[in-house]
Write a protein that binds this ligand. Structure first.
Ligand SMILES: *Cc1c(COP(=O)(O)O)cnc(C)c1O
Length: 411
């Protein structure tokens, strides 16, 4: 296959290095007492990955509990709407149990916690989606589950709070700072430091201190491994472009990573452009941020001149995060992936278009990637006959109240 792109070589399988770094990014910027816990986690993770019985059990659960492989689904009517004879496939993570990709990671880490003999699971959640995935896995595996959630998010996401409780989790309200996701993460880290002996911190995205970005990537890479096999079976060649929305970066790195060594495949991450690119009005960390340290890792960040974290806004709660996983920062700076932004309005347009042309209501997060591709196509910016894969990270059921409000419909 011919290499037509001019990307720098992404050193596949080399990252993270032994210090947990992806180039200049990543690492472990944590208090001393957490260093030992992170080292314990890293050792346990590496042992588990070499244990054929563990891998076999994980694969079995991914098949029968999660419903993998999810399909790689051709969408002809949407493709036609995008225009210029492009052919678009969706990787259907919306079909996974609980309706999104988050379960892949929650299941993997939950099984790892059990293997390590940790009975108490803590997690942070913003929109509640990671909380629900974690509570789901804890119920299945018989583990105690405590979810930290900002007070503001608890009010905004009452349905997910109810789901978590129904699944047997305790939801702890965090009323520090902006009372949202980043404060919930701080509180979960505090709990972890205090209860390290018994407790496993089940982190929700490909960010945080090493080894989390790598662990989450590996558990989500099942998306890209399947997609690569499926596109070869269905089209006999690799795609020209892969698009995924980027919040913390887990669904995107999950589909990007298994294609990273194929330099002819263009990887494009779509961030939340919110209502404008003014500070505080969006969550486009890689597009508009600069490197700094947040939640234990060096990565791009939305920060002001003093290094204070900026507020973020997105119509999709799952993309509303001022940081991003370090591997994406590395992929951006190395040129292996590129990152763009899609506004709230573009996401809504994408959601409506996919619903009407294909009978698939995407999550608002995924709708950023859908809407971006649609607009690029309509502006004539996609090459004639391109083969495109979009990661459909989740289904839209959870977003119906938000979408109705945006369309001025009273439910
Ligand atoms: C949480 C979530 C995201 C954003 O998280 P990433 O770690 O960036 O993948 C995207 N899509 C859906 C459906 C989500 O629930």
């Amino acid at each position: 296959m011919q290499d037509t792109k001019t990307h720098n070589t992404y050193q596949h399988n080399l990252y993270p290095d032994e210090r947990g770094r992806f180039g200049d990014f990543g690492g472990k910027f944590v208090p001393e007492n957490l260093m030992a816990v992170l080292a314990e986690l890293e050792t346990a993770y590496k042992e588990a990955m070499q244990d054929k019985a563990f891998i076999g059990e994980l694969n079995q659960e991914l098949a029968s509990y999660v419903g993998r492989p999810t399909t790689l689904h051709y969408v002809p009517r949407f493709s036609e709407m995008v225009g210029n004879n492009v052919k678009i496939y969706l990787k259907r993570e919306d079909l996974a149990h609980t309706g999104a990709h988050k379960i892949n990671n929650a299941l993997g880490q939950g099984m790892l916690a059990k293997r390590m003999g940790k009975q108490r699971i803590i997690a942070e959640t913003g929109a509640g989606q990671h909380g629900v995935a974690t509570a789901t896995v804890c119920a299945k595996l018989g583990l105690d589950c405590i979810i930290y959630m900002g007070e503001v998010d608890i009010q905004r996401q009452s349905l997910n709070v109810f789901r978590m409780k129904l699944l047997g989790a305790e939801v702890r309200s965090v009323d520090s700072g902006t009372k949202t996701l980043k404060d919930a993460i701080n509180e979960a880290i505090r709990d972890w430091v205090t209860n390290v002996e018994t407790t496993f911190y089940l982190f929700g995205t490909a960010a945080g201190p090493a080894p989390y970005p790598r662990i989450v990537r590996d558990f989500q890479a099942v998306i890209g491994r399947e997609a690569r096999q499926q596109i070869m079976q269905q089209e006999g060649r690799l795609p020209d472009q892969i698009y995924a929305c980027v919040g913390g970066g887990s669904n995107a790195i999950g589909i990007f990573y298994p294609f990273a060594d194929a330099s002819e495949v263009e990887l494009i991450g779509v961030e939340a452009g919110g209502t404008s690119m003014d500070p505080g009005m969006h969550a486009s960390t890689l597009v508009a941020g600069r490197p700094g340290v947040l939640h234990g890792a060096m990565s791009y960040l939305l920060q002001n001149e003093d290094g204070q974290i900026l507020d973020t806004h997105s119509i999709s709660a799952g993309l509303d995060y001022p940081g991003v996983g370090p591997e994406h920062s590395y992929m951006k700076d190395s040129g292996r992936a590129s990152y763009v932004t899609a506004s709230d309005a573009t996401a809504l347009k994408g959601l409506e278009a996919l619903s009407r042309t294909e009978g698939i209501i995407p999550a608002l997060e995924s709708a950023h990637a859908i809407g971006y591709v649609l607009e690029q196509g309509q502006q004539g910016k996609l090459a004639e006959g391109s083969l495109i894969v979009i990661n459909l990270s989740g289904r839209g059921d959870k977003d119906m109240m938000t979408v109705a409000k945006a369309f001025n419909v009273n439910l």
